[in-house]
Design a protein around this ligand. Structure first.
Ligand code: ACO
Length: 310
């Protein structure tokens, strides 16, 4: 028995903020943002929608797709760096709203790699056969910690949530391999400041991301004795189209086999991979028995990848 995905869900706020809108806020241009990042617009949540609200909506969709209710959950893991408050966790907040009263609940802090960290944690509990259904959510309201006067960062990020229900699947399916990593020496390049804003050394993060995304994506495939030619679909963290393209080129797969939503949502950190996954599932882009690689990187620095058979 392996741990696999039983259902997916996503939620993004209705409010669209385009590059042209940001031209009025900081000294930037649609042309600069599009050519450097691939981002055209992003969703920004209003004050009345906080992180836990977005997490709840995406979780509901994932539970419905899996055909289970909150009462069937044994654990809730929420990957986020923008929780509603220091404590309780977002996981506890949605446990109550989902009526998941037999589920344990905690948040995972690994920035943009958080959803992969959550999936790999869920896998351990499922495969040790102590847990049956685990909800993993990636959610961010990054607009809360963006400095809207800093053009280096404010054009990059967006808000949203994605979820997956992880549970037992047959032996040849599900999560076949994973890689997780961290490098705390990279903290100066990407962290939250005393004023609670995102600070980023874009060029350093870019260099790290290009190297790590390609390496990790390839590592999880080679760990199961396969090669890049066996990969059917790639879901990279949606931070920057140039970084995503570097990972795609390393795996040598065609453009249409890489998930892409960075143009419409920007970088939603921990939410980016599960939003992409959920949208791709609904659009029928991932087919039965395909080998799918999910790969991400983020603040920490952290990184993670999984190879799974759909
Ligand atoms: N509009 C116009 N000019 C800008 C803007 C902007 N929005 N932002 C920066 N610039 C300027 C800078 O001031 C700099 O000017 P200077 O050279 O006069 O100092 C110049 O543009 C930098 O240009 P490039 O070097 O060409 O920029 P680069 O190609 O490195 O792209 C970017 C910058 C997009 C930030 C890139 O480095 C990147 O994507 N890095 C990775 C970021 C990332 O993915 N972070 C994810 C982590 S998020 C998390 O974990 C929460």
């Amino acid at each position: 028995m392996k741990a696999g995905i039983l259902g997916t869900g996503h939620y993004v706020p209705d409010n669209v903020v385009t590059n042209q809108d940001l031209e009025k806020v900081v000294d930037t241009s649609d042309e600069w943002i599009r050519t450097r990042t691939g981002i055209e617009e992003r969703r920004i949540a209003p004050d009345e929608i906080d992180t836990s609200d977005m997490a709840y909506h995406s979780a509901k969709m994932a539970l419905d797709e899996a055909g289970i209710s909150g009462q069937d959950l044994d654990m809730i893991l929420v990957a986020t760096v923008t929780s509603d408050m220091g404590f309780p966790s977002v996981a506890c907040q949605i446990q109550e709203r989902l009526g998941a009263f037999k589920a344990s609940a905690m948040d995972v802090s690994a920035a943009c790699s958080g959803f992969i960290y959550g999936m790999v944690t869920a896998k351990q509990f499922i495969e040790s056969q102590t847990h049956q259904n685990i909800l993993v959510v990636g959610v961010e309201k990054l607009s809360k910690i963006v400095n809207w006067e800093d053009r280096n960062t404010c054009v990059l990020f967006g808000d949203g949530a994605g979820s997956a229900v992880i549970g037992p699947v047959s032996d040849h399916k599900g999560i076949l391999s994973f890689e997780l990593g961290a490098d705390g020496t990279g903290i100066p390049h990407l962290h939250q400041t005393d004023e609670d804003f995102i600070h980023m050394n874009g060029r350093e993060v870019f260099k790290f991301a290009v190297r790590q995304m390609g390496d990790s994506a390839l590592n999880v495939v080679e760990k199961i004795g396969l090669s890049k030619d066996d990969v059917d679909y790639l879901i990279p963290h949606q931070a920057n189209i140039r970084i995503m393209e570097a990972a795609r080129e390393k795996l040598d797969i065609p453009v249409e086999k890489m998930s892409k939503s960075v143009h419409k949502y920007g970088n939603t950190s921990a939410a980016s991979i599960p939003i992409a996954l959920s949208e791709d599932v609904k659009e029928g882009k991932i087919k039965e028995d395909e080998l799918v690689v999910l790969v991400g990187f983020g603040g920490g620095l952290t990184w993670g990848a999984v190879a799974l058979r759909w």
